[in-house]
Design a binder for this molecule. Structure first.
Ligand code: GLV
Length: 308
């Protein structure tokens, strides 16, 4: 059996794979050029960021373990007889910490304090509390559920939105995507953890944004397609939401001429809240390799009809 690993950290995966699958022939690649000689023979592909077109040249492929949570780049290109799995659970801790790092910093006035320090100014910044505020989590998979759990720990009321009703038991109130406007209008912090699908594209548009509460914070750590960026720039100028923290964008890297860069109430990070690092995904991937070799059902199998 041949295994191909395509990612910037291929080397570290290849070493680990030799122990997990001692009988397999394992190849690592960081570019398509390096992968090319192994496409025809590979039965298993572990990949992150591989151009989807290459899949059509992999006739022996049986299983693809995507080394991230979102499979939007490849799902439409995956042959029907190939099982596609994504990483589930591994990013919940770091991504929810990223969300609360910003929610706390923005509510407590951390960025203002730092700015005052830069000017040697002794001035008391009186921050607000998350306690008693209402948190809205759109997307209640493993990451969204952890955001909800931490919200509760901070004394927040938790509203949730998911297409299937999944996760409704962990929310004080649950909404379906059709009720996005009411959902967004009722929360103090709106956190998007949605996968990229046709249904989520543009779900946060002008109406949703301008309907948000005074002083509200919008955070997006899912995919950039969920927000109509042109509408967001305009809405942020009007203070609805009051602040935004964006880790994902319609186009990445965010183009240099995007108005979002210069808006004082927009806080940008470069798609790094849940990085596909070997240390984070290793345990999940190792267990799936074990299952594959033992002929057991795999974890994180993607439902093609839903796209995640
Ligand atoms: C990152 O965006 C991922 O999908 O894992």
């Amino acid at each position: 059996m041949q295994i191909l690993v395509y990612t910037q950290d291929a080397k570290s995966y290849v070493q680990a794979l030799h122990e997990l699958a001692p009988k397999a022939e394992i190849h690592g690649a960081t570019t398509l050029e390096e992968a090319e000689p192994h496409l025809a023979e590979a039965e298993v592909l572990l990949a992150w960021g591989m151009p989807a077109a290459a899949l059509a040249r992999m006739p022996r492929l049986r299983w693809v373990q995507w080394l991230g949570a979102g499979v939007d780049l490849v799902v439409a290109h995956m042959p029907q007889d190939v099982v596609l799995t994504r990483v589930v659970g591994a990013f919940s801790t770091v991504m929810s910490e990223h969300v609360f790092a910003y929610l706390l910093a923005l509510r407590r006035g951390v960025f203002e304090m730092r700015e005052l320090q830069e000017h040697h100014t002794w001035h008391r910044v009186i921050g607000a509390s998350l306690r008693g505020q209402r948190l809205g989590v759109a997307g209640l998979g493993s990451i969204g559920s952890e955001v909800a759990r931490l919200g509760r720990a901070f004394g927040m009321e938790v509203w949730g939105l998911s297409r299937s009703g999944r996760g409704s038991e962990i929310c004080d109130r649950h909404f379906l995507p059709a009720d996005m406007r009411t959902f967004a209008a009722g929360v103090d912090a709106l956190v998007l953890v949605l996968p990229k699908t046709t249904e989520t594209t543009g779900i946060v548009d002008k109406d949703v944004l301008l309907g948000m509460r005074e002083g509200s914070i919008l955070v997006n750590v899912g995919r950039g397609n969920a927000i109509v960026e042109r509408d967001l720039a305009e809405a942020l100028r009007r203070g609805r939401p009051a602040m935004a923290q964006l880790d994902v964008f319609e186009r990445e890297p965010l183009p240099d001429d995007s108005p979002l860069w210069d808006l004082p109430n927009c806080y940008i990070s470069a798609h790094c809240s849940g990085p596909s690092e070997p240390d984070l995904v290793r345990t999940f991937v190792a267990e799936n390799i074990r299952r594959y070799l033992a002929g057991e059902p795999l974890a994180g199998v993607v439902d093609r009809s839903q796209g995640y």
